[in-house]
Design a protein around this ligand. Structure first.
Ligand code: GLN
Length: 579
């Protein structure tokens, strides 16, 4: 089957869940037996999300192949349950960058290089590469219809349609119907305007998804149907829901998947048996019990609003683990600066069932986080450290258990006496030579887990241990395999997790840490045989675990991340005891 494209555009306002809706449609098509992928178009000039402050667009999502991408790709992976490459994110910056590079290299043979056709052509080429070998490619155009920046992408969609034929392209408009509080009536006018804007680009939606606080009534459905000139079965109501994992089920109830296939004139390959998925969703909506987790981080405030999207994957990974263990997870975000200036009292952490220290950059709030870790360790509160969270747990242990007073990361104090977390010069060189990740360790890396460690038992339970090199071939090219595996033995308690950091636990200090009882329960072995610390844990504690990786990037509702499962199990135990 040739690839069929589903172009998703948004009307009226952004932030109505276009990404989640796109991913949910993808989920349904995948469950019907089709090879499905999703592509995100970001009309900004940035080449990728790597340099964006998290408060700009929320979390930076990391792909296996080391892309630093808009968080929507995270929703795609979470719902599609497949690895999605960095090429599935197309930004205006990438498009112009490569057109200009090609022009400089004389690739246009002296022709005038112009906005039309060269920019849409480049977009088209990228769409084709990302969708190669798939039955369906969902293409989500970021922003809102009517934005200037969208124009080349809509133009590219039309060119695609011309090239592969109308019958292979379907347009979905996701719109928003406001209910102004002073009139309490759902208004269709902005949707009509979005339909009109889209038609100015020669695009007439095949399906309109109506997002609103409440379900769409018949009167409004009729209005949209007439205005857009489509049958009412293709106007779909999509009211607010309590969890995003309910959306694929609601779409299935509305027969959205079947309607899409009908438009393409194809039949389902198999049925979606969603019983298990539904059970998990019910656990999220009505959990039999709820545990409380404190997330001690920063990047939380912009103006008067705090931005939870910064840690969206951690939040989702907690939800996944909880749903599978029959527990709701209530997360409270604690600004670590408030621990430092005593606005938040450390002892108040004891009212939580677990504590997470997430990833982060720079020195702000670091001492507050270290105090929280010390508290978790001493008061035996379940603790999970992620990336910076591992680095700070090692610093805390070095200072308070090994007696290395003032131990620090050179990111935080470049002149520390004990640079226990440091940039390893050879590491910097290696990364630069192989050109993966610029100066960062980015993307998936292999690690071997220590026999009898708690971490190994958690990974074993979930079947995440790598069996052999064959498995790797599907995920990584040859050169990437060499670099990302290094000399880490495969098939011997080996796992893969994603990374995004510059600093490492300095190998020079490992013996101090181990002598004082810190268990290094996982290593990545570099090509030059140097071991990089990937996991740590301590004994005689309900759960004290940290990783240099970001396991939250590989967590799915039906297959939660092992470390999050371990944390929530420990939280449930503490919760029971506290009761
Ligand atoms: N700032 C630390 C480093 O670069 C940790 C990064 C992170 O937590 N993602 O190594």
């Amino acid at each position: 089957m040739n690839t069929k494209y589903i172009i998703v555009a948004g009307g009226v306002i952004s932030g109505v869940g276009k990404g989640v809706a796109t991913a949910s449609i993808g989920k349904i098509l995948k469950e019907y037996g089709f090879k499905t992928t999703a592509i995100k178009i970001d009309p900004y000039i940035n080449v990728d999300a790597g340099t964006l402050r998290p408060t700009e667009h929320g979390e930076v999502w990391v792909t296996d192949d080391g892309g630093e991408i808009d968080q929507d790709l995270g929703n795609y992976e979470r719902l599609l349950g497949t690895t999605i490459s960095k090429i599935n994110n197309i930004t205006t910056g990438q498009v112009y960058h490569s057109v200009i590079q090609k022009e400089r290299a004389g690739k246009f043979l002296g022709k005038t290089v112009q906005f039309i056709p060269h920019i849409p052509n480049e977009i088209l080429e990228r769409l084709k590469v990302a969708s190669n070998n798939f039955d369906f490619a969902l293409v989500e155009i970021g922003g809102t219809i009517g934005d200037y920046e969208n124009i080349p992408f809509l133009f590219a969609a039309k060119s695609l349609e011309r090239q592969i034929g109308e019958k292979n392209v379907l347009y979905i408009l996701i719109t928003y119907l406001p209910i102004p509080s002073h009139i309490k009536e759902m208004k269709t006018k902005p949707t009509q305007q979005a339909i009109k804007s889209l038609s100015e680009h020669g695009i007439f939606p095949d399906i309109i998804l109506c997002r609103a606080r409440e379900p769409l009534d018949d009167v409004r459905k009729k209005k949209i149907e007439i205005y857009a000139n489509i049958q009412s079965e293709f106007v779909i109501s999509s009211p607010d829901i309590s969890t995003l994992y309910r959306i694929p089920l609601n779409f299935e109830k509305e027969k959205l998947g079947t309607k899409i296939l009908k438009k393409f004139g194809i039949k389902k390959r198999k049925k979606w048996h969603f019983k298990h998925w539904e059970e998990l969703v019910r656990n999220i909506e009505n959990p039999p019990k709820t545990v409380k987790v404190a997330l001690v981080g920063k990047y939380l405030d912009i103006g008067d609003y705090s931005l939870k999207d910064v840690y969206i994957s951690i939040n989702e990974a907690l939800i996944h683990a909880g749903a599978n263990l029959g527990a709701g997870v209530e997360t409270e975000w604690i600004n670590s600066k408030f621990i430092e200036n005593k606005k938040f009292k450390l002892k108040d952490l004891s009212s939580f069932d677990g504590i997470i220290i997430p990833g982060g950059f720079g020195e702000t709030g670091v001492e507050g986080k270290i105090s929280a870790i010390e508290y978790a360790r001493k008061q035996k509160i379940p603790f999970l450290g992620l990336c910076l969270g591992l680095q700070l747990a090692v610093i805390e242990f070095a200072r308070n258990t090994c007696g290395l007073t003032g131990a620090n990361s050179t990111e935080i104090n470049p002149s520390t006496r004990y640079p226990i977390i440091d940039i390893l010069p050879a590491q910097k060189k290696l990364i630069e030579n192989d050109k993966f990740g610029g100066s960062m360790r980015l993307g998936t890396y292999a690690a071997v887990l220590k026999e009898n460690s708690r971490i190994l038992s958690l990974y074993k339970k979930t079947g995440r241990l790598l069996k052999d090199k064959e498995q790797l071939k599907e995920m990584l090219g040859k050169k990437e395999q060499r670099f990302r595996i290094g000399r880490t033995p495969i098939g011997k308690n080996t796992i893969l997790e994603r990374h995004r950091h510059r600093y490492e636990v300095s190998p020079d200090f490992i013996h101090f840490l181990e002598d004082s009882g810190l268990i290094i329960s996982g290593y990545h072995t570099r090509l030059d045989d140097v071991n990089l610390t990937e996991f740590i844990e301590i004994n005689n504690h309900p759960f004290f675990v940290a990783t240099q990786a970001h396991p939250e990037f590989k967590s799915f509702l039906e297959e939660p991340s092992p470390l999050f499962t371990g944390l929530i199990e420990a939280c449930i135990k503490r919760h029971k005891k506290r009761k």
